[in-house]
Design a protein around this ligand. Structure first.
Ligand SMILES: N[C@@H](CCC(=O)N[C@@H](CS)C(=O)NCC(=O)O)C(=O)O
Length: 132
């Protein structure tokens, strides 16, 4: 599992030449960061804390479910490190809470939905083989 460097650091450092203006102001905004992250990575969990140290029970539950279905390769974004991303992901997905799982660029749901999909076997079917 890869914990992306904090969202702010990602927005400054991971976006290549366009990520910073000459004066060092960030150019990639939170929405762009989200769009790029969910497009570039097959499985992305927006959460509180990290996979190793979740800072909310719901986020911890999402990690446990993803581990239970065999996910080894995924990116996690800690929204506690960036208030803009914390708000922007809610607008982007039109979903009011964290955690939020994206697979193949598509919003899947929060921890309740993940648990239901896990129990029904639906979640397992969505996991790309190279993520397990
Ligand atoms: N039913 C939700 C519960 C998640 C939830 O209630 N998250 C809260 C507490 S971590 C939240 O995101 N609140 C808004 C915020 O903290 O920005 C789920 O299944 O994921």
């Amino acid at each position: 599992m890869i914990d992306y460097p904090g969202p702010i650091a990602s927005r400054r450092d991971r976006g290549g030449p366009l990520s910073q203006s000459p004066k060092g102001h960030k150019i990639m905004d939170a929405k762009e960061f989200i769009a790029k992250t969910v497009t570039d990575n097959p499985i992305v969990l927006f959460m509180k804390g990290t996979a190793q140290f979740p800072q909310c029970g719901f986020s911890g539950r999402a990690i446990q479910i993803l581990k239970a279905v065999g996910v080894k390769n995924m990116v996690t974004i800690n929204v506690l490190e960036d208030d803009e991303v914390r708000q922007a992901i809610k607008d982007y997905s039109n979903w009011p809470t964290i955690p939020q799982l994206y697979i193949g660029g598509e919003f899947v749901g929060g921890s309740d939905i993940l648990y239901e999909m896990y129990q029904s076997g639906e979640l397992q079917k969505l996991i790309p083989s190279d993520a397990a």
